[in-house]
Write a protein that binds this ligand. Structure first.
Ligand code: ADP
Ligand code: ASP
Ligand code: MG
Length: 412
């Protein structure tokens, strides 16, 4: 008998009606003879609502008590789904993360899973029960409730699949697979049959929130067969696969974008050894992660330095930078939160030159100014003005003809 881990996201369990639909799907799969573990998110909007409540009490809520609060959203849906299954004659049992004993570190609000105790779950599966597990949460060594960061139910599902050596982990959501880009922005975006772990990891890291980054990392590391598919209609979805399993020969698999970053610039810094460290050292000490970095040489023995950080860290970074500027005698500090990062991703880029120039040409044709560029083996990212984000994504989607099915594997 095969073991499947199914995960249903917030929209898929957003109302009692939808929870009943999930129960029906679970029953169908059980009828086909699969053993099942079902991970659910909170009902759509619930985690945001809880965050809102916390902020009304304490604007900068974080840490232990926030996790106690946020984890309640998933406790509601595991109970409702188990009831729906039981009322249809399907034996089921629900567990919070702590009850399973999904052990995490103690980094509240963004904890990492360390280990999963499979004893209870195995017992239930052996007894023929469907096991329903709350996503997005665990417990630390001290028994404190932890949560795994937004979108963390994906990671719960993949981690369970890895721990129990499931045959497949299926992420049911409100789209019927992974698309060439967010279908909310490009209407003719195309569903991918397959995408490699590496590409999916880049897409997720660069802004495509269809899967939480850590869930993809986990799946790649433990080789968990992972599929994204619709909870509302039948279909094959998208298989996340190793590179050997790649069938499409596209150079570009997809386009990711994000408005999550902000840009900071320090101008007129003396151009001498240690500048970068002098500027970025204090930023790192303040626990702020830097993404892109550009350093320009000025003609007068000074240099300009621009970098991006997460938008949430912008104010903190600006404070640090202003202090640094005084220390090093810089001319000026400026910043901009109205930026967007657009990235094209594809393992096919490794063996093909010219993707970058095609990208830059297409953006130039639309008069979209590129502020920063960064590249790696399988991605090229540009920072542009926020107001050009959607135009940029659509333009690149057309340029790389992503709406068209690429040719199959070549004979060579
Ligand atoms: P869930 O609540 O089921 O976890 P999410 O909202 O987290 O669902 O993820 C699904 C959403 O991800 C889709 O509605 C879609 O707008 C967005 N998305 C972003 N990029 C992509 C992409 N490349 N392919 C598919 N969906 C994407
Ligand atoms: N409910 C959590 C969130 O909204 C976790 C998840 O849905 O994956 O982020
Ligand atoms: Mg999600």
């Amino acid at each position: 008998m095969s073991l499947l881990v199914l995960k249903f996201g917030g929209t898929s369990v957003g109302s009692p009606e939808r929870i009943k639909n999930v129960a029906e799907r679970v029953l169908r799969l059980r009828g086909e003879g699969h053993a099942l573990i079902v991970v659910v998110s909170a009902m759509s909007g619930e985690t945001d609502r809880l965050m809102g409540l916390a902020r009304e009490i304490q604007p900068r809520s974080e840490g232990r008590e926030l996790d106690v609060l946020l984890s309640t959203g998933e406790q509601v849906t595991i109970a409702l789904l188990s009831m729906a299954l039981e009322s249809r004659g399907c034996p089921a049992r629900s567990y919070t993360g702590g009850q399973v004993r999904i052990l995490t570190d103690s980094m509240h609000n963004k904890a990492r899973i360390r280990s999963i105790d499979d004893v209870r779950i195995r017992g239930d599966l052996d007894a023929g029960r469907v096991v329903v597990v709350a996503g997005f949460q665990g417990v630390d060594e001290e028994g404190a409730i932890t949560t795994l960061g937004r979108g963390g139910s994906d990671t719960t599902a993949v981690a369970l699949a890895a721990a129990l050596k499931a045959d497949e982990c299926r992420i049911y959501t409100d789209v019927d697979g992974v698309y060439t880009t967010d279908p909310r922005v490009v209407k003719h975006a195309r569903r991918l049959e397959r995408i490699t772990f590496e590409e999916m990891l880049e897409m997720a890291s660069l802004g495509s929130k269809v899967l939480q980054i850590r869930s993809v990392e986990f799946a790649g590391k433990y080789n968990v067969p992972l599929r994204v598919l619709s909870s509302f209609e039948e279909g094959p979805g998208t298989l996340i696969t190793t590179e050997e399993g790649r069938v499409e020969q596209a150079l570009v698999a997809g386009i990711a974008f994000t408005q999550n970053e902000a840009q900071l610039t320090i101008q007129g810094v003396p151009d001498q050894p240690g500048v970068a460290y002098g500027i970025l050292g204090p930023i790192a000490d303040a626990n702020i992660e830097v993404d892109m970095i550009v350093q320009n040489i000025g003609g007068d023995g000074t240099t300009d330095f621009t970098f991006t950080v997460n938008r949430n860290d912008y104010e903190k970074a600006m404070e640090v930078l202003q202090k640094v500027a005084q220390g090093v005698g810089a001319r000026q500090v400026s910043g901009d939160t109205k930026i967007a990062k657009i990235s094209v991703v594809g393992v096919g880029m490794r063996s093909h030159a010219g993707i970058a120039s095609r990208m830059f040409k297409a953006l130039a044709k639309e008069s979209i100014n590129i502020r920063m560029i960064s590249t790696s083996e399988i991605k090229i990212s540009v920072v542009v003005d926020e107001k050009y984000m959607e135009l940029g994504v659509r333009t690149l989607h057309d340029t790389f003809e992503l709406e068209r099915e690429p040719a199959g594997p070549s004979a060579s």
